[in-house]
Design a protein around this ligand. Structure first.
Ligand SMILES: Nc1nc2c(ncn2[C@@H]2O[C@H](COP(=O)(O)OP(=O)(O)O)[C@@H](O)[C@H]2O)c(=O)[nH]1
Ligand SMILES: [Mg+2]
Length: 198
């Protein structure tokens, strides 16, 4: 079930972002939402540094999905309250450049902490993605930390906000990881099938 991910490029500055047109699916989310842990769980390997201290990933990381030939792109976490202004500006500059210049973007996954009600930063990111007409996929993380009842209530709230119900995942229990992988591959396949002239 795991997918093989190879870190192909790490970009700290806009000029280092990849410009090729290979399909890309982005993982975005607030610091500490569980992005690095999810990447590691998807690959069954320790690829990305995880931390209980948020605000560590400051680069755009491109992971090639081996065998499928597309990139899973790990964006810097947003909304780390303790980051300096200079650092926050550097991050948002990198994100702006990424979304302005990206080629082959198939979908943006916004990771959402299943324990929390919608946070301002989540809603801002969702708006940002929708304003630009990028395909959006909500992914609840840390589902193992919620009771079934809490989870159902959280899903219902997100169903009122997102264009489609969120996928529910836990890196700890592995819940939803197989569905997530097949959903992402299917999105890439659909994008390829729709490409005119190929
Ligand atoms: N229980 C549980 N904890 C998780 C899960 N995913 C991440 N965490 C914890 O959440 C914290 C932040 O995770 P990390 O992956 O570093 O977040 P990132 O900042 O979004 O990359 C760490 O302490 C992780 O162990 C999960 O599915 N279940
Ligand atoms: Mg991280």
């Amino acid at each position: 079930m795991p997918i093989e991910l190879s870190l192909t490029a790490t970009s700290y500055l806009p000029g280092q972002l990849l410009t090729d047109s290979k399909e890309k699916i982005v993982l975005a989310g607030r610091s500490n939402v569980g992005k690095s842990t999810l990447l590691n769980a998807l690959s069954g390997k320790k690829l990305a540094k995880t931390s209980s201290q948020p605000g560590k990933t400051q680069s755009v990381n491109y992971y090639l999905v081996e065998g499928q030939n597309w990139y899973l792109v790990d964006l810097p976490g947003y909304g780390y309250a303790k980051a300096s202004h200079a650092l926050r500006n550097q991050w948002s500059g990198l994100l702006e450049a990424f979304f302005r210049d990206v080629s082959g973007l198939v979908a943006v996954c916004v990771l959402l902490d299943a324990r929390l009600p919608p946070q301002d930063k989540d809603l801002q990111m969702i708006n940002y993605v929708q304003e630009r007409d990028f395909a959006l996929l909500g992914i609840l993380t840390k589902a193992d930390k919620c009771t079934q009842r809490e989870l159902q209530a959280r899903i219902a709230v997100w169903e009122g906000i997102l264009p489609q119900p969120p996928l529910v995942t836990s890196a700890k229990s592995k819940k939803g990881l197989g569905t997530l992988i097949s959903t992402l591959n299917a999105r890439v396949e659909a994008a390829r099938a729709n490409k005119p002239g190929l």
